[in-house]
Design a protein around this ligand. Structure first.
Ligand code: EPU
Length: 333
């Protein structure tokens, strides 16, 4: 087991924050995982599981053990697909499409590893992981015991699961199982996807067409992480009551919204941020992207303080203008 001390994490978080972990280890099999957990337990260190680092924000150095589960291998048996937590998400998507399976095409090009997908129930362009999720294998950080979580155990919600709530920092996800389909019915609920299908005059879109369309939309809309460090959406889209929505609409007739459960509405946080005048706002090396107001970008050596200040500036502006409290979307430590 190769535990490294004072390990620099700047290359392991896609925002590019220059921070350190007291200890760092990458594990590729169960034996090393058990050993690493024992190492932390013996020294009473907390453990942070770090996948692709594309949905995490740090507020400083991490004082415990940062552990990257690098479990590999993809198995495809008819519609049942399983993949190791360390596999790249988008590569898995393309692999399943090549195998003639559908279900993941709308989730193309989401950065990060397979093991992180259930934690926030990744979702995009009308599809969410929970719709194709079967079960997962995980190891308990405290006891080292293995367990299987069925879909109903995971308490999936909008950008949420039990692993983000009650079981935060309790389990290392090692393998994820999905049920995909050999029969295709396209998910065209999202306006951008519909418009692109119409523009390209595709009558009967195949999963690969939708994947290509989603890739093109993402490339066009979201800042390129290899150019400006970022972690995708920085806030969740808030869900508000119909009364609250009506009130905002009295002033802003063009407020976009989507119907959510229980007479509530999901409002694009990007719209709120832009209309609160925060698009392009800077704090040191951190900036609200000019391309997409929901994304914070690293415009050069952003520090944890820059990010914290920008978070505060944007949240308080949105609160002041609309009376809505934004919630940070990525995991934050
Ligand atoms: N908008 C603005 N200003 C902007 C950008 C967008 O006003 O600068 C408004 C537009 O009215 C637009 C609306 O916001 O119609 C929604 O924008 P978009 O379609 O880009 O989606 P989003 O709600 O901002 C969510 C997810 C994304 C996901 C897309 C597509 C969350 C927090 N984010 O973004 O997920 O890719 O929908 O499904 O739910 C991520 O989680 O990191 C992520 C990128």
């Amino acid at each position: 087991l190769r535990v490294q001390e004072n390990y620099n994490l700047s290359g392991l978080n896609t925002f590019g924050l220059d921070i350190k972990a007291r200890y760092f280890v990458r594990v590729q099999d169960k034996e090393s995982l058990y050993e690493a957990l024992e190492f932390a337990r013996d020294r009473q260190h907390t453990v942070l599981v770090l996948g692709g680092g594309s949905n995490i924000v740090f507020s400083g150095d991490y004082g415990g053990l940062v552990l990257t589960p690098d479990f590999r291998g993809v198995d495809i048996a008819r519609g049942e697909v399983s993949a190791g937590a360390g596999e790249n998400w988008h590569r898995l998507v393309r692999h399943t499409l090549d195998a003639g399976l559908s279900g993941l095409e709308n989730l193309s090009l989401i950065p990060g590893h397979v093991g992180a997908a259930p934690i926030q129930n990744i979702g995009a362009y009308g599809q969410e992981l929970e719709n194709v999720f079967l079960k997962l294998e995980a190891t308990n950080i405290r006891t080292g015991e293995d367990a299987i979580f069925q879909k109903s155990d995971c308490e999936f919600g909008y950008r949420a699961s039990i692993f983000k709530n009650n079981f935060r920092d309790c389990w290392v996800i090692t393998r994820v199982y999905l049920t995909l389909s050999e029969v295709y019915s396209p998910i065209l609920a999202y306006k951008d996807v519909q418009e692109e299908v119409a523009r390209l005059q595709i009558d009967d879109p195949a999963p690969e067409n939708i994947s290509d369309i989603v890739i093109a939309i993402r490339r066009r809309k979201l800042p390129d992480v290899s150019v400006q460090g970022n972690v995708g959406s920085f806030f969740k889209n808030p869900i508000i009551s119909s009364e609250q929505r009506d009130k905002i609409q009295q002033e802003y007739a063009d407020l976009p919204s989507r119907h959510a459960e229980d007479h509530q509405y999901k409002i694009p946080a990007a719209w709120l941020i832009e209309h609160a005048g925060m698009k392009g706002m800077e704090s040191g090396g951190a900036m609200v992207s000019e391309q997409h107001a929901l994304v914070f970008v690293n415009i050069g050596s952003a520090t944890v303080t820059d990010v914290a200040r920008l978070t505060e500036l944007v949240s308080s502006a949105v609160h002041k203008h609309f009376g809505i409290q934004l919630e940070i979307e990525p995991a934050h430590y």
